[in-house]
Design a binder for this molecule. Structure first.
Ligand SMILES: Nc1ncnc2c1ncn2[C@@H]1O[C@H](COP(=O)(O)OP(=O)(O)OP(=O)(O)O)[C@@H](O)[C@H]1O
Ligand SMILES: [Mg+2]
Length: 258
């Protein structure tokens, strides 16, 4: 017990977060920890604010006109909103994977090295090493190593999603946010991404939004159940799915609505 307390560390702490789209409040006084090297899942019915909360962890909502945010999101103890932290630095540390894989219309190689090139890395050997390591890390190396100069868009969807993950790994993020990363994939490809996530958590902290409760219960260590912008219940995943403390959570996980 003492061991796990020492080992577990909050990589992110969301404190009393409120988010408004104009006059509509999409996030209501949400508090949630995100523990380092674990997978935290956000579940809840459509429109409850899962994606909004996820996007607030790397300031993706800032791009939306009329958004107002109060409260804190601490990354390693530093508020990402009120500390003068550069958004570009933040997005390097906290990367995101979306529902539809979004590789750039470039070669597989150029997709993986994109972030490094933007950062000015030109050394060919360094880039090649990063490509191999990142593709291996995303379990894609064997499938693409002989066609690195092919267009990324030629890859099947599940490999595109793993390429997007490799592109992230190349810039060495600390946290990976995933918004329904498997919703465009078939069950076998989904299983592969789930297995990959479990491997990735050894080195990264992961937050995943999913509609799929089986997925949340399979991959995550902690789960937050949201409803209408509120965090109804947050706990270790087993507790949420076996003996939730809130009636609303129980109704949702037993499939009464959502
Ligand atoms: N750009 C936006 N402008 C205005 N309202 C928005 C915007 N994006 C989301 N909303 C609203 O905020 C609420 C939360 O949306 P959000 O997309 O975060 O929910 P979600 O839980 O991810 O839903 P889903 O499961 O359908 O993806 C919804 O009522 C939505 O209509
Ligand atoms: Mg969403």
């Amino acid at each position: 017990m003492i061991m796990t307390e020492i080992l577990s560390k909050n990589k992110i702490e969301i404190n009393n977060l409120n988010l408004f789209y104009g006059r509509f409040q999409a996030i209501k006084s949400v508090n949630m920890p995100v523990q380092q090297n674990l997978i935290t899942a956000l579940i809840g019915p459509s429109g409850c604010g899962k994606s909004t909360l996820l996007r607030s962890l790397n300031r993706m909502n800032d791009l939306i006109h009329g958004v107002k945010i109060t409260g804190e999101v601490l990354l390693d103890g530093t508020d990402i909103y009120n500390s003068g932290m550069e958004v570009t630095e933040l997005r390097t540390r906290v990367g995101m994977v979306f529902q539809r894989p979004n590789p750039f219309p470039l070669s597989i190689y150029d997709n993986v090295v994109y972030g490094l090139k933007v950062a000015g890395v030109r050394n060919k050997k360094t880039l090649e090493e990063v490509v191999e390591k990142s593709l291996k890390g995303a379990w894609l190396w064997d499938q693409v190593k002989d066609k690195l100069n092919h267009s990324a868009l030629e890859l099947p969807l599940d490999q595109q999603q793993r390429l997007v993950i490799a592109r992230l790994l190349a810039i060495k993020p600390e946290v990976i946010l995933m918004d329904e990363p498997c919703s465009a994939l078939d069950p076998i490809a989904t299983m592969k991404i789930e297995e990959l996530m479990i491997e990735l958590k050894e080195n990264y902290t992961i937050v995943i939004v999913t509609h799929n409760m089986q997925q949340a219960s399979r991959v995550s260590d902690y789960t937050g159940y949201m409803l209408l912008g509120e965090m109804i219940e947050f706990n270790d995943t087993r507790t949420i799915f076996t003996r939730p403390s809130q009636k609303l959570t129980e109704e949702y996980i037993s499939g009464k609505y959502g």
